[in-house]
Design a protein around this ligand. Sequence first.
Ligand code: BES
Ligand code: ZN
Length: 462
Amino acid sequence: MSVKNYIQEHQERFLNELLDLLKIPSVSADPKFKADVFKAADFVKESLEKAGADKVEICQTAGYPIVYGEKIIDPNLPTVLVYGHYDVQPADPYELWDSPPFEPVIKKTPRHPEGAIFARGSADDKGQFYMHVKAFEAMMAEGDMACNIKFMIEGEEEVGSEHLDIFVKENKEKLKADVVLVSDTHMISLDNPSVTVGLRGLAYMQVEVTGPNRDLHSGTYGGAVANPINVLCNMIASLQDEDNHITIPGFYDKVEEYSKEYRKALNEAPFDLDAYKKELDIDDVHGEAGYSTIERVGIRPTLDVNGIWGGYTGEGAKTVLPSKAYAKISMRLVPDQDHKEIAKLFEAHFKAIAPKSVKVKVTPHHGGAPAVVSTDTPGYRAADLAIQDVFGKSAIPTREGGSIPICSLFQKVLGLDPILLGFGLDTDALHSPNEHYGVKNYFMGIETIAAFFKNFKEEASK
Ligand code: BES
Ligand code: ZN
């Protein structure tokens, strides 16, 4: 039997195992789910053992553990390091889900006519990293492992991979490989397969604006004392000008500008603006003047308010001038912006623009560096060839807007370009209610990963 036949023969079990993994609410951001995050790590450990990995261990960190496992077939063969994450984003708001987020169901959608698995983490990243476990199982079962494999599956990606940094630095020998393979991104579509060659970085801030020392009657004091929510809104509004340029001094100093040719090539990727707007139910897109939607997401930095709160938000009306207002603000960064530097620029500017009538506190949360991957490596060529084998056409290199902070660490510490071979679609609702992952994407992904190993062996030896 071949690896392809093995995958087909075991389809039902491959799917059911993923559904079991999706039932574990491994939300890393919320301490309420701590036990479940550990449970997911155990699940990953067992799945690697069953698939045939050696030296499987749960590596404890100061945060959530990293699951490691390997199969060294022959030290002379190239080694592929697979990275993924078993933690998921919070499922809130639960009421916006059509089915409970940790009770996976399979339903058809316009983009997944053959069905998609609806559950938190289905596409990001359980459904995607689990493809590697199953590709590994199939290759092992068929005695068809073309390369050695190492797995590193972490549980803190969605909260900034804080402890992975030290782990990678302290375990360089253990993690030694010839390429890093990651499935935690999108492709354009199954008809237009793509490989991600760039991810944005992130600087995430929380701000607190304090006005009077207590909530006040908005009639007695309104108009005479600064309302921190009004002030915060003005401050936030001033962070972008009429062209949607970010106004923080120095923000663009290190932003890499691309040539006309590069921008033209990026814009040649298939993209249907009308379908994009229709799917989001918006009449127009919005963004930095002078750039296309593909460019705004792929090669330009942005600033977004992720949440804003304060004052009275309960039922009915309460006339109150609140004492405090808060917001969580994130900036997506591009090469060569440094998230720590940007966090400092933000803080200095935010404090500088605050009127004397309020006090401002700025707290940086996690951050991450952007990453750009070369297309001129054995790893990229192997990914392209694997896509050709399974999809029948060459991969389109794309720049994506999301962040995987660990990618730049792989480059810096291990000297390896991660190959971002993702099979999700941008409409899969990552981080949103009703996240889903195509069943066909899952199985084609498993096949493509197996094909990658074969092609990488060839490409690495050239
Ligand atoms: N899988 C995503 C990253 C991603 C999403 C890449 C879409 C490309 C397209 C990842 O799990 C994620 O969401 N990362 C966070 C990083 C953050 C918490 C440091 C993100 O991008 O918000
Ligand atoms: Zn992810």
